[in-house]
Structure formats: structure tokens, C-alpha cells
Design a protein around this ligand. Structure first.
Ligand code: GLC
Length: 785
């Protein structure tokens, strides 16, 4: 069955069947007031931090699924029949359509001649969301209509809301002031939620219990059934934003109502009424939507491609960029799968997420990097995650002292990418405090300390200690104090970072200073080759007792993907060795829906390995297809010059290319974090859509390595590695304010290799274009061969 399709012209995904296999969601709002909304209006909102300032309630992992949401009920006053245009929660509808767009969702439903189309979005400049609803009489007779809104308020602190039910309910307070519903705790310190509408209401409810009625649910609220709210306020209990409007519509006539739901932290409640007033004006709502649209069209404008593959174009030009921004905003914190409570903003995740917005918004990446750098210790390592409202971090699952082996090293990848994209070298001289030292040091010094930390933290075989985990959170062989288990993958990351940092140091300080890092690179590369190379594969890690994992000598987990791809990314193997390595990897780990993380999966819990073996075979980090790692294989293949292989890996995990939506189950417009691997009975089922490192790395893989347009410190590299069948492609790329109009011809159908580059009519003698040679508009014609 299919559930929807792309509308390329409007940059929307259109869902025509509301019973999607999982809730297919969209995000509204950015880093301040934000929320997500499913195709049937399920979901919730929060202010800056879904853990501390949750505005709407949502019941995860519950039955019926995907409740509650931002509902509107439409009732025919003559027959008493009612429906919800978003299908949920009443589930009675003649026509339905949901359009998820960039920063907004529009849902239209029709039942027995009455339709309602609602546009949900968060304006760029206010901490609230707007539901712009238009109700229309599609029939040939005059209709008497009642509409009801529904927004179930949360008690802000989400853990208290679930654990301290007595206290929060005794403290909950809701009142009407100037026609605006206010909801807060008696002590007010956690802020105030407000809800208003553009039209005078005929009745209202703020008490959830009164609106729904005893032993009823969202699908049959007593107020809707009766056709009238009871004008209830709350002096203890749960809150709802429910307004009833009653009106008549002649045939063909329509009426719009704008609802606004917002939040103000304690101290700024005095701006509530002016906000409500502003959004009562429908023209203001329409202007805010236009401003939002133009924000997004400028956001995605910095790179626009045209290749022979429409799915590639659609994702690079729209959806992949959009997902990258969402992932940058919320890391792994708040989604259908992450409850907005525990995870905070991850350090390694955040660094990688920056890569997905760097081409269009490097300034936001810099602002974010400053926050991360404040969560680095003066010894060079870092907290694993931090919380947006406090800005302070913790180690997540790892106990204090253990930490993770890789978090801090990602800083170098992200800072170097920032310098390559925008050339703002002064960033390196900014002084930023450490988590444990307010004096701080320059960013440059922060980076050096990151390297020094790993250089001084060796374990088994002289490779970096793995600590609680490395990239793979679930390989926990390093738990416990004085544990020397080491990570071959972190060693590869370290090598990658050293090579990059040496280049950066050379440009900043001169060749002599860089020499030290080059020496370290050679040392770690030789060490890896000496202790982890088994001829056909690299071992993944060494346990405290020196035993390998990811080795041919293991019974389970004999080969791990990351330990092969990063051998190539880091340059530790030659091209010839790399090709053999990747051929072997392909034969062991590839499936039609992506490369698995390792094989064979662990068949029972292994106390030394920990997390990975706690999943059934084929799930998540136990031999599942962890999509985040697939773009590393794509990049490795472009380094080896094998464009067909790289493109094959790109297509395999592309959500719009999945053979069956019922098998994949999740949204076709964003990448998944994981797909169940071939050892799992539900092989091919996707989960954890939206917030995943897959988004950023896929954008990097396709734009910088497959299409091969790669910013560098002093200019831009043109080095495509494409499928042989492509005869040409073109793209527009804004690079440091210059507009590059690039056309690539491939008459000989090669994978890689640039024969000629003509920049503004002048022949270049290599495939690197210096920044100073660029004009404001540049025509670049590339001949491959
Ligand atoms: C999750 C984590 C990420 C980790 C990955 C593999 O996506 O957010 O940090 O690298 O799992 O364990």
C-alpha cells in the first residue's frame, strides 16, 4: 500500500491515507518554541527544552497510538454529528489530505459536506504556534456549525507531570483573561501557557475533565457531543485549550479562525495579551507564514542540484537539508522515539550535525560550537551531552570518570569544516571557558587539548582506550575504572583528525608546528596496521584482557563496518588495500537496504560487550543497518574512485527508494537511524526517523564526495565520483557569498577523474579553484574523463 507522494513543486510530502504504519511527523518551530506534529495532528510542543518546559502533553508508547494532538472538532448543529478533519481522534472522514511542508503542516478533512483545512506553524518571531483553520460549506444547503479546539496542556516539567501527579494536579490553575485561556501552576515559576482565538467564542473549557467527561476519551468528548463547553476554569486538575465557536455557512461559504497557543517563561507573562492580540489579526498570521516560507526557501537555496536521479535531487535540494536543520536543532533529544527527557544535546552528535548546516548557516554552527566548547574539560575530553536550558552537561550513561573516547575529537572535524566553508580564521582565537575552568583558552588551544587527551589515553596495544564507548554507544567493553580496553575505530578517528589538524596547523602556524601532528599520524597509523590488520579486515576493538572483537577469530561479531570504512577515510591503507578491504566488507555486510554494522550478530547477552548484545540479532547496534555509518562507506568508495558502488550505497538507504512503505513503515521523506538487518525476522523495517547523524553525513557524502564539490581552506575542490551511467549533472552552490554555477560533463562515462575545468571561460590547470580567483557569479564547466 502507499500512503503518500512528494509534491515537488510545493516542496511538500502529501499523505492521502491517514492510517500510516507509524505516525509520520513533521517539526514546527526552531530552537525556541517548537513541536512536532503527525499527519493526524498528534504530537506536542515545548519551549526550548522538552524536559523542563513542555507545553502540550503526549502519551508515548500508548494505545490508541499517537494521542493526543492539536485537534479541531467540527459539529453539525442540526444532526449532532461531528468529525475531526485530521481523522484522529474521531476517525470518521470522507476526504483527507495532509501536507507536510518546510516548517508547517496542513491538514484538510471533509465529512458530509463540511471541510476544514488547518495550517499549523510557528512564526519566526514569537514563542507560539498558530493553527490557521478554514471551515467551508461544500454542500448546497446552509449549515449550522459548531467548532471545538483541543490542546491538552502539560505541567512543564515532564518528569513531575508523570511522577508527581498529586502535587501537579493540586497546583494546576487555569483562568480566562481578556478572552485568552491562561494555564499555569499556582506558584507560576514554571511559566504560563496561553491559548486564544481570532473569533469571539460561544463557550470555553479549561478543565480537561469537564471537556472530555468521565470515562470518555479524545474521540468522544462530552462537550462536543453536547455541542457546548461548560465554561470551566481550573483550580486543581488538568488543563485544556477548548473554545467553541458557532456560526452558519451558506453553500460555498467559508470562515477562517486562527488559534494561537503560546508559552511565556516566568517574568515575561506581561507579553501574553499582546501576543494573543497580534495573532487575532488574520493578516498578521498570513504574513508570518509568508516570512516562514521565505526563511526556508533562502535556507535551502545555497545548494541546488540537477542530476539524472530525481530522488537524489529532491533530497539534496529539499528534504535532506530540512532534516539536517531539524537534527541540528534537536540532536537526539525529542522525536517519536526520543522522549525529550533523557538525552539532552549530544556532544559527538552535535558536532556531526553541524556538518549538515555548514553550507548554509555556518554562523549558527559557530554559535553551537561555542556551547560545545564550554562542555569540554581543560584536560581535553568532554561531557557527552548537555541540556539547552542550563547549557551544562553530563556523561549520559557513562559513569563519571569513564566518559567516551571520541566526543572531543569530533570538534576538530567540525571546526575545520567551518573554516573551510567560511574562512573565518579569527574563530580559532576566541577565548572560551572549559567546563571545569572559567578562564578557558582559545579555540585553537581547545583543539590541541582534545588531541593531547587522546594521545595520552592509551590502552591495550597502545591504541586509544575505548572508555565507556566510542561512536558505537553500545560496545561497552571499557566499563569500569582502570579498564584498558581499546578502540581501533577511535584510533582511526584519531588518525583522521591528526591529518586534518596538521593541515590546519600548517596554515595557522607554519609547517614546523604541523610536523609534530604529522609524526603522530604516522605513529598511530603504523600502530593500527601492526596490531589490528588481519589481511582481509581490521579488528574493531580490544577487550581489557587483550582479546579482539570484530576479528576472524571471534565466534560472533567477526567483522565491523566502521573499522573498515575509516581505514580508508583516515588514509591508513593504500588504494589497493582499500579496494580489497571494501570488496570483502561488501560481501560480508551489504544487504539491499544498507550495510549492516557487524556480522554475525550476537545471539545472546554478553556481559563484556554490553549494550550491542542486549538487542536481538539484527536490531540497532547488534548487526542492524545503522544508516549513519552507510555514508562513510559511500565516501570510502569515492576515495577509491568507485562511483557505481558509492551510488549503490546511497540508493540503498534512501527512504523514497524503499520497495515497500509497509515494510519500511516510517516516513519516506527523511532518513532513518536504523533499519532491521537481515538476521531479524522484520528485516527492512525502519525506526528512529528524523534525528540521526545519517542526515548530515549523507548530505556530505552526496554533495562533497559523490558530486564532489568540496570546500577547502583556500578555495573549492571539484572532484566528482559518480555512477558511470550519468552523462552530466549541474548544480548551484553558494560558497562564501559567491554563486558557483557548475556543469559537469561525463561523455566517457567514467566514475572519477577531471580532464578539464573552465572557470568563467579560463582554463584551470587543476581541480582546485582558489577563492581569490572567484568572482561574484562564476560559470564553471567540468569535463570528466
Ligand atoms: C545514536 C547516538 C550516537 C551514536 C550511535 C551509535 O545514534 O546518538 O551518538 O554514535 O547511536 O551508537
Amino acid at each position: 500500500m502507499t500512503y503518500g507522494r512528494f509534491d515537488h513543486e510545493n516542496k511538500e510530502y502529501v499523505i492521502h491515507n491517514p492510517a500510516t504504519p507509524t505516525p509520520w511527523i513533521n517539526y514546527i518551530g526552531q530552537k525556541s518554541y517548537a513541536g512536532f506534529i503527525s499527519a493526524t495532528a498528534g504530537g506536542y510542543s515545548w519551549y526550548k527544552d522538552p524536559r523542563w518546559a513542555r507545553v502540550l502533553r503526549y502519551r508515548y508508547n500508548s494505545i490508541p497510538m499517537d494521542r493526543p494532538g492539536r485537534y479541531i472538532y467540527i459539529r453539525d448543529r442540526e444532526t449532532g454529528e461531528y468529525f475531526s478533519p485530521s481523522w484522529q481522534p474521531v476517525q470518521k472522514i470522507d476526504k483527507y489530505e495532509c501536507r507536510h511542508g518546510l516548517g508547517y503542516t496542513k491538514i484538510r478533512g471533509e465529512y458530509k459536506g463540511i471541510s476544514c483545512s488547518t495550517q499549523y506553524f510557528v512564526p519566526l518571531d514569537d514563542d507560539c504556534e498558530i493553527w490557521y483553520a478554514t471551515i467551508k460549506n461544500e454542500s448546497s444547503v446552509t449549515r449550522k456549525i459548531d467548532t471545538f479546539s483541543f490542546a491538552e496542556f502539560a505541567f512543564y516539567h515532564v518528569e513531575a507531570d508523570q511522577q508527581d501527579v498529586d502535587w501537579v494536579q493540586q497546583s494546576g490553575k487555569g483562568w480566562l483573561e481578556d478572552g485568552v485561556i491562561h494555564f499555569s501552576m499556582h506558584f507560576r515559576l514554571w511559566g504560563t501557557t496561553y491559548f486564544s482565538s481570532s473569533e469571539p467564542h460561544t463557550s470555553f473549557d479549561i478543565s480537561l475533565e469537564e471537556f472530555i467527561g468521565k470515562y470518555r476519551g479524545e474521540s468522544n468528548p462530552i462537550a462536543v457531543e453536547k455541542g457546548r463547553c461548560s465554561d470551566s476554569v481550573v483550580s486543581r486538575g488538568n488543563g485544556v485549550g477548548a473554545f467553541c465557536h458557532s456560526f452558519e455557512l451558506a453553500p460555498g461559504e467559508e470562515k477562517s479562525i486562527a488559534y494561537v497557543l503560546g508559552y511565556r517563561p516566568h517574568g515575561s507573562e506581561n507579553t501574553i495579551l499582546s501576543s494573543a492580540e497580534r495573532w487575532r489579526n488574520m493578516a498578521n498570521c498570513r504574513d508570518a507564514k509568508k516570512a516562514l516560507d521565505s526563511f526556508w526557501s533562502q535556507y535551502i537555496d545555497k545548494i541546488q542540484i540537477n542530476t539524472p536521479d530525481g530522488d537524489v535531487n529532491n533530497f539534496v535540494n529539499v528534504w535532506n537539508q530540512y532534516q539536517c536543520k531539524t537534527t541540528f536543532n534537536w540532536s537526539r533529544f525529542v522525536s517519536m522515539y526520543q522522549l525529550g527527557i533523557g538525552r539532552g544535546i549530544g556532544f559527538r552528535d552535535g558536532c556531526q550535525d553541524c556538518l549538515g548546516i555548514m553550507h548554509t548557516d555556518p554562523d549558527s554552527a559557530a554559535v553551537f560550537l561555542r556551547k560545545l566548547l564550554r562542555n569540554q574539560f581543560k584536560a581535553g575530553n568532554a561531557y557527552h551531552q548537555y541540556y539547552p536550558l542550563t547549557g551544562t552537561g553530563d556523561h549520559g550513561e557513562a559513569k563519571k570518570g569513564e566518559g567516551y573516547s571520541d566526543d572531543h575529537l569530533w570538534l576538530i572535524i567540525t571546526v575545520s569544516q567551518y573554516l573551510k566553508e567560511c574562512g573565518k580564521w579569527e574563530f580559532l582565537d576566541e577565548v572560551i571557558p572549559f567546563a571545569d575552568d572559567t578562564t578557558g583558552a582559545t579555540v585553537y588551544e581547545h583543539l590541541k587539548r582534545a588531541i593531547n587527551f587522546t594521545a595520552g589515553d592509551s590502552g591495550v596495544n597502545g591504541l586509544p582506550r575505548i572508555r565507556f564507548a566510542d561512536w558505537n554507544d553500545s560496545i561497552n567493553i571499557g566499563r569500569g575504572v582502570n579498564n584498558d580496553a581499546s578502540s581501533v575505530w577511535t584510533a582511526f578517528l584519531f588518525a583522521y583528525v591528526l591529518r586534518e589538524f596538521a593541515r590546519l596547523v600548517e596554515l595557522k602556524q607554519g609547517a614546523e608546528d604541523a610536523e609534530n601532528y604529522r609524526k603522530m599520524y604516522t605513529e598511530i597509523s603504523e600502530k593500527i596496521r601492526a596490531v589490528a590488520w588481519e589481511g582481509d579486515r581490521f579488528v574493531r576493538a580490544f577487550k581489557n584482557d587483550g582479546q579482539p572483537i570484530g576479528s576472524k577469530t571471534c565466534e560472533r561479531g567477526q567483522i565491523y563496518l566502521n573499522a573498515q570504512t575509516w581505514a580508508i577515510l583516515s588514509g591508513v591503507v593504500s588504494a589497493q588495500e582499500g579496494a580489497a578491504l571494501m570488496d570483502f566488507t561488501d560481501s560480508q555486510l551489504n544487504t539491499e537496504v544498507g550495510l549492516m554494522l557487524h556480522t554475525p550478530p550476537y545471539d545472546k547477552y554478553d556481559d563484556v560487550i554490553g549494550g550491542a548484545s542486549s538487542y536481538p540479532p539484527g536490531a540497532k547496534e547488534n548487526g542492524g543497518i545503522f544508516c549513519h555509518t552507510n555514508p562513510w562507506a559511500m565516501i570510502a568508495e569515492t576515495i577509491l574512485g568507485r562511483g557505481d558502488r558509492s551510488y549503490k550505497y546511497y540508493c540503498q538507504i534512501h527512504p523514497a527508494k524503499m520497495s515497500s512503505q509497509d515494510r519500511f513503515e516510517i516516513e519516506p521523506y527523511v532518513y532513518a537511524q536504523n533499519i532491521l538487518g537481515k538476521h531479524h525476522p522484520k528485516f527492512g523495517l525502519g525506526r528512529n526517523s528524523w534525528l540521526s547523524g545519517t542526515a548530515a553525513w549523507n548530505l556530505v557524502a552526496i554533495t562533497q564526495y559523490i558530486l564532489g564539490i568540496r570546500p577547502d581552506y583556500k578555495g573549492i575542490v571539484i572532484d566528482p565520483c559518480i555512477p558511470g551511467e550519468w552523462t552530466s549533472f549541474s548544480l548551484i552552490r553558494i560558497f562564501r557569498g559567491k554563486r558557483l554555477n557548475i556543469t559537469v560533463h561525463n561523455p566517457d562515462h567514467v566514475f572519477k577523474g577531471v580532464k578539464q575545468i573552465i572557470v568563467n571561460g579560463i582554463n584551470q590547470n587543476n581541480n582546485f579553484i582558489r577563492f581569490e580567483d572567484l568572482k561574484d557569479y562564476d560559470d564553471i564547466v567540468v569535463q570528466m574523463g
